[in-house]
Design a protein around this ligand. Structure first.
Ligand code: BG6
Length: 485
């Protein structure tokens, strides 16, 4: 029998600069889009719309930045900027094979359109790359994770302007020329489909004060990010050919609510627009026809140039990746909605939910891996997954997060099943391996880490690090996996 040899999976952990670093005004960093998101207490949040940034909330955030006032959790993150070496030492002790982190665009280019990078930003990331290398971990870099210099939003309209592509490639070139030989895997954009489901985080588009987003701006921006991704891959293959390029979507794993043909069709079409659109462009190299129909039916004009199509075809990525937290249910009928942060879905009666309404579905991960592998036939990385929960610190300082261990164990079993199905899985990256600020709700209290950070939603606390029970469990799992392999 001619079977492909199974690859040894990489087990990792991830953070993102805007949620982790803090130090928003240190070392010459410019104000970025995440620095402008204020904390909104959950009790006051009726819908995700409450958290959307509009021109007036941005103006307030800028005024508060001048006086360093207000509660803006991303300005603090987990104070990773100050705890860098200590944190990397903890990840080494945890036994990670690979660490995923992102560079803050505004730390290297405070406004985004300078000709030369900020030397203090370069010096900081020199330390980051050196520490990761010294710890013996592989490097998985996200060039942009939900944050861009605010100036690019104000001066150019964010990703609506094609100029952003050149500015972005300039930024990426600096990264690859300086650290390219130290980058094993990278993503041009975190969850590129965020442009569609969360335009501020994804493409730097504020919501109009009264009324919804203009969908042609949303999709034009997204298209520009696709072009930027392909241009970065093209450039990286000249400058740093050993790095492996990926694309990433937030994977919602759609199920039809009923077996009615209408629910089933809606499931297929929604999944196309939300997930496969990005993957088809970036991993398979073509602009899919179902988007032409979608745009025509929704009155969304987007300019896809002939030269863009050639670029996509010639610069597909090496691997495909996704974040997976939950599955989603779609229906053409009325259905009870879950709570949620950036995205809400119809409640699935077969699943339990986290406190934040995220439905827990390990089997869906096996499904997601199979669907992605079948569609692309490229190695697949689970580049984000984890359980956001409130942790209790006991009097002796211990943290018994059995719920997180159970979540991980159940999901790891399903990864093994998917590998047995024949999926070429590259690895698993635990999201928020050190507690960080929630991207959806700006809370510190929604924690994913094996490493606890002593801080609350208002920024009170020492920011000291301590190990939860899941730290020992994940450590032993990784050690045992490699021994068994
Ligand atoms: C992913 C993002 O969508 O979900 C992360 O890439 C984010 O940045 C993660 O933190 C979990 O979401 P949340 O809202 O719980 O932080």
């Amino acid at each position: 029998m001619n079977q492909r040899k199974r690859r040894e999976l990489l087990w990792g952990g991830a953070t993102a600069s805007s949620q982790y670093e803090g130090a928003w005004n240190v070392g010459g960093k410019g104000l970025d889009t995440q620095d402008c998101r204020p904390y909104v207490p959950r009790t006051e949040v009726a819908t995700t719309a409450t958290r959307l940034l509009t021109p007036s909330t941005i103006a307030r955030a800028k005024a508060d930045a001048l006086t360093d006032s207000g509660n803006y959790p991303f300005r603090r993150g987990s104070r990773g900027y100050e705890h860098l070496e200590e944190d990397i030492a903890l990840l080494k002790e945890l036994g990670l094979d690979i660490y995923r982190f992102s560079i803050s665009w505004a730390r290297l280019f405070p406004n985004g359109d300078e000709a030369e990078p900020n030397p203090e930003g370069l010096a900081y990331y020199d330390r980051v790359f050196a520490a990761v290398k010294a710890a013996g971990m592989k490097t998985f870099l996200t060039l942009t994770h939900y944050a861009m210099p605010l100036h690019l939003v104000e001066a150019y309209g964010g990703w609506t302007d094609r100029t952003l592509i050149d500015l972005y490639v300039r930024y990426a070139r600096v990264v690859f020329e300086r650290w390219g030989d130290q980058i094993d895997y990278y993503l041009p954009f975190n969850e590129i489909n965020a442009g569609y489901f969360s335009p501020w985080n994804g493409v730097g588009l504020p919501k109009p004060e009264d009324g919804p987003y203009d969908q042609s701006l949303v999709f034009t921006s997204l298209h520009h990010q696709f072009v930027a991704s392909a241009r970065v891959i093209q450039m990286q293959r000249e400058v740093a050919p050993a790095a492996q390029s990926g694309c990433m979507v937030a994977y919602f794993c759609y199920y039809p609510f009923t077996c009615s043909p209408e629910d089933n069709l809606k499931c297929t079409l929604d999944e196309n627009v939300n997930q496969w659109y990005a993957v088809d462009v970036l991993a398979r190299g073509y602009h899919p026809e179902y988007m032409d129909r979608f745009w025509a039916e929704h009155g969304v004009p987007v300019d896809v140039l002939d030269e863009d199509r050639v670029l996509f075809a010639q610069n597909t990525c090496d691997f495909v990746s996704f974040s997976y937290y939950t599955s989603s249910v779609v229906t053409t009928q009325e259905g009870e909605q879950t709570a949620g942060n950036l995205v809400v879905t119809t409640r699935n009666p077969y699943l339990k939910s986290s406190e934040w309404g995220w439905q827990i579905d390990p089997v869906g991960l096996r499904d997601a891996l199979n669907r992605t592998w079948d569609r692309c036939r490229k190695p697949v990385m689970v580049c984000e997954c984890g359980f956001g929960a409130r942790d209790l610190v006991e009097e002796d300082g211990s943290i018994h997060d059995a719920y997180r261990i159970a979540y991980l164990r159940d999901h790891f079993e399903q990864i093994e099943e998917a590998v047995a199905d024949g999926v070429d899985c590259l690895g698993f990256i635990l999201w928020g391996v050190i507690d960080i600020v929630s991207a959806g709700s700006c809370e510190m209290g929604k924690r994913y880490g094996c490493v606890y950070v002593d801080a609350d939603d208002e920024g009170n606390g020492t920011y000291a690090r301590s190990k939860k029970d899941s730290f020992a469990w994940y450590h032993d799992f990784i050690e045992d996996y490699h021994r068994r392999f």
